[in-house]
Design a protein around this ligand. Structure first.
Ligand code: PEP
Ligand code: CO
Length: 450
């Protein structure tokens, strides 16, 4: 992208209404932290963000598929190498299933290394007899249900920056240092997955990949030195919600002079903050990263087109991803008019299905949950809408963990509402567990093949 509008600067969002921002109690303390962050090294490089735009351009052209996945909210408390590795493992497994079964390259983006801020439907929540300020993610406050823990603390911005930096460091080591090598395809299958039907189905794919690698070797190709087999491109993303944090990490690229939000390769605008004249759209209009916008069931074709014009006036393929999240019952009828309008306007957009956020409900025992069948049904409706409009179903966006949790209902292991309490560990929305994630990848691969 060339120059942003001449009125744009990393701080021009401050002249607009910014919804969902924390009520920081001490402006001076906040400013001191943001000033310090402005001098700290970027987490990602502009060139990496450009590489992701190029890969997403292939998705916009119908030549690749986008898998974006990770936590609803990352936690300062559950921070460790094993959790990062296990999340990466399940995403690599899903990507192998998708690529092998559909023959379409998979672009891999994590909701990781920065996914710390949460928009809330209400500024307060009631816990027992207490009415407390809502938990807004570890970037802002703590989940402990006390008045003190819920006070926004700007030092959390620094902690999030450092945790993102170590997470990225480990991800880079795993994906470029041999762990993501296709020769390792069997080792990504975790024990609790391997013993299940989905795990065995995955093992059969892994066996076939092994055979293909042996065949290439027998033909005289040294597969161990092929960078494409040895390394993986894995990108980071999060909802860029707290704009002060994002502004502080925005840098001008020394090569092109363009601005990039260097907190992640890709950032997105949530369903609650996508007003056209709001602060989030203003901030996103001037950064050159690949960006996403969530579109819920009330989104109109006019809004979608206006977002295209505002956020991708130069019509760069891969710059803009629309992430629909309408709910299984609404997706087919809700999405088709948006697809038609954007298609007819000739805007290159990546269409991605978030089958999670429109299908959340509260179970009888009080746990927030989602049914695996609703998740699959929304994805099927997404594919059906694209089939009827002649557009490309570009990807899926899911909340998952590598762990053996019981947060979403159903799936092959048939998690019941009475099971939810046994391993319910998420800090925010319910995530697919390792088995449900592999199952989902096979289902999506079948839809892609069809
Ligand atoms: C999310 O992705 O975690 C989220 C809050 O989504 P949405 O903005 O679509 O509700
Ligand atoms: Co969520």
């Amino acid at each position: 992208m060339t120059a942003a509008p001449s009125t744009w600067s990393p701080s021009s969002w401050r002249d607009r209404t910014a919804s969902q921002q924390p009520d920081w109690p001490d402006e001076a303390a906040l400013d001191a932290v943001l000033k310090q962050m402005g001098t700290m090294p970027p987490l990602v490089f502009a060139g990496e963000a450009r590489a992701l735009t190029t890969q997403l351009g292939a998705v916009a052209n119908g030549e690749a598929f986008l898998l974006q996945a990770g936590d609803c909210a990352e936690s300062f408390d559950a921070f460790g190498a094993d959790a990062i590795r296990d999340k990466l493992k399940v995403i690599l497994q899903m990507a192998v299933v998708l690529t092998y079964s559909s023959g379409v390259p998979t672009v891999k983006v994590g909701r990781i290394a920065g996914q710390f801020a949460k928009p809330r439907s209400s500024p307060t929540e009631t816990i027992g007899d207490l009415v407390l300020p809502s938990f807004r993610g570890h970037l802002v406050n703590d989940i402990t249900p006390t008045e003190a823990a819920r006070i926004p603390d700007p030092n959390r911005l620094l902690q999030a920056y450092h945790q993102s930096s170590s997470t990225l460091n480990l991800l880079r080591a795993f994906t470029k240092g041999g762990y993501a090598d296709l020769h390792q395809v069997h080792t990504w299958n975790q024990e609790f997955v391997a013993s299940s039907n989905e795990g065995r189905r995955y093992e059969r794919v892994a066996d076939e990949i092994d055979r293909a690698l042996r065949f290439m070797k027998a033909c005289g190709i040294d597969t161990t030195t092929q960078p494409h087999l040895h390394e993986v491109d894995f990108f980071t993303s999060h909802e860029a919600l707290v704009l002060g944090y994002e502004e502080a990490l925005t840098r001008q690229d020394s090569i092109t002079g363009e601005w990039y939000d260097c907190s992640a390769h890709m950032v997105w605008i949530g369903e609650r903050t996508r007003e056209l004249d709001g602060a989030h759209v203003e901030f996103f209009s001037g950064i050159n990263n690949p960006i996403g916008v969530k579109l819920g069931p009330t989104a109109t074709p006019e809004e979608a087109l206006a977002l295209c014009e505002r956020l991708n006036p130069e019509r760069i393929p891969g710059r803009l991803t629309f992430i629909s999240r309408m709910g299984a019952a609404k997706i087919e009828a809700g999405l088709a008019p948006l697809l038609a309008a954007v298609r007819d306007a000739g805007h290159p957009v990546v269409w991605q299905c978030d089958p999670m956020h429109g299908n959340t409900f509260t179970a009888a025992d009080g746990h927030k949950t989602r049914a695996f069948d609703d998740i699959l049904a929304e994805i099927a409706g997404f594919f059906a809408a694209h089939a009827s409009e002649g557009t490309w179903p570009g990807g899926v966006h899911v909340e998952l963990t590598g762990d053996d949790v019981t947060e979403c209902l159903g799936g092959a292991e048939e998690i019941l509402d009475t099971d939810l309490g046994s391993r319910y560990e998420t800090m925010c929305d319910p995530r697919l567990n390792g088995r449900q994630s592999i199952d989902l990848a096979f289902a999506v691969a079948e839809l892609l093949r069809a």
